[in-house]
Write a protein that binds this ligand. Structure first.
Ligand SMILES: Nc1ncnc2c1ncn2[C@@H]1O[C@H](COP(=O)(O)OP(=O)(O)OP(=O)(O)O)[C@@H](O)[C@H]1O
Length: 367
């Protein structure tokens, strides 16, 4: 089953034109530059943009088509904005009870369940001003879930939080995405959040959908690899060092932890990754690999301080700066670039299509 969203909205200086078939469960991230129309799309799905024409269909109902338009209060939607916008004069309990009054007749999400899932049971008697920003957002999500929606819309729910508060709330969002049976549409500017929380990804630009697909495969799609959408660049000091400072973000599943050597083992399409440190408790994480940290060898068995040695194939070599070449590599489904001197490329007799081994260290990405 899918959610069908085919909408057009004409504003004076902006046109939204989207055609989407989204998974009816899990988290779909809407990602794209500021002003590309992410919020407008969420608002149109919620029925807050009556001028938007087209079709919005969920598993449960048709909210909009040529013949009819279900008003916003009749769409079974939970909507959370950047700011928690709780009722200041009400306690946490009463804020959530307010959501329960707007309950849809068919129950899908238990309020009790979301109190525990979001870790807010101990906050029920407090007022919003007695809560941290992260706690306020968790209450706002619980209030939205209390309406027992068929779909949860989260519009950059972490954008107003500082990094410490973001780190505090992310594990709750991890749990939410594992336990909720309803679909979640999650707007974000942040590739780390997209990678960590979503299974499906919609990339937008100028009111249209540029790409859509599984997050793990889209993040490394060749068509995006040059766009820096999912590479994290530090400010450039000079052009030559630019490439060597890029980082790649890969979504990996956590498979196990070896307590003796404090080593996490994770898997992705390219094989098994080893990451030292504390035990990772989430089921999946985003992993960063610095392009400058990728070393190439023609043999797998060479001893190295890099923990990971994975087979890859060389797609092509391009000149990038005097004495250097950019090497494009395919590692599982991922496409990664690294830089190598012309001299090393000639010593290793590198050629397109060659099978190589990439040695690198990886770390868990922090948002
Ligand atoms: N109420 C409005 N009236 C007219 N134009 C609007 C209105 N709200 C947004 N816009 C315009 O519509 C376009 C899309 O805005 P929207 O807020 O959907 O983008 P966004 O991708 O969510 O941006 P951001 O990431 O900065 O929140 C922008 O050009 C914006 O200026």
């Amino acid at each position: 089953m899918t959610i069908e969203v085919h909408l057009t909205l004409q504003r004076e200086n902006f046109t939204l034109q989207t055609s989407l078939s989204l998974p009816a469960s899990g988290v779909t991230a809407l990602y794209g530059p500021s002003g590309c129309g992410k919020t407008t799309l969420l608002r149109a799905i919620a029925g807050l943009e009556p001028a938007a024409q087209g079709i919005v269909k969920t598993n449960q109902a048709t909210w909009q088509d040529k013949q009819h338009f279900t008003p916003v209060h009749k769409r079974a939607i939970g909507y959370v904005f950047q700011e928690a916008s709780l009722f200041e004069h009400l306690t946490v309990y009463d804020n959530i009870a307010y959501g329960m009054k707007r309950r849809q007749p068919h129950n899908r999400v238990e309020s009790e369940f979301s109190l525990d899932l979001l870790g807010i049971r101990h906050l029920l008697d407090r007022h919003p001003e007695q809560l941290s920003g992260g706690e306020q957002q968790r209450v706002a999500i619980a209030r939205a879930l209390a309406t027992q929606p068929d779909m949860l819309l989260l519009d950059e729910p972490l954008a107003a939080l500082d990094n410490a508060r973001k780190q505090e709330i992310l594990p709750y969002l991890d749990k939410l995405q594992q336990k909720l049976s309803i679909p979640v549409l999650y707007v974000s500017h942040d590739p780390h959040e997209v990678c960590r929380l979503s299974q499906y990804l919609v990339i937008m630009d100028e009111g249209t959908v540029v790409e859509q697909g599984a997050t793990s495969s889209l993040m490394s799609a060749p068509s995006l690899s040059g766009s820096s959408l999912f590479t994290v660049s530090q400010p450039e000091e000079n052009q030559i060092s630019h490439l060597s400072r890029d980082k790649y973000i890969i979504k990996a599943r956590v498979d196990g932890f070896d307590a003796e050597s404090s080593l996490n083992s994770l898997s992705f399409s390219g094989g098994t990754l080893l990451i030292p440190g504390e035990e990772i408790t989430q089921p999946s994480v985003c992993v960063e690999i610095a392009a400058s940290n990728i070393h190439l060898t023609t043999q797998p068995g060479q001893v190295s301080s890099m923990l990971n040695t994975l087979p890859c194939s060389l797609i092509d070599l391009q000149p990038c700066s005097p004495g250097y070449l950019t090497v494009r590599l395919k590692l599982g489904d991922e496409i990664l670039n690294t830089r190598i001197s012309r001299k090393a490329a000639s010593t290793m007799a590198l050629r397109n299509g060659q099978r190589l081994f990439a040695q690198f260290s990886a770390e868990v990405a922090s948002s």
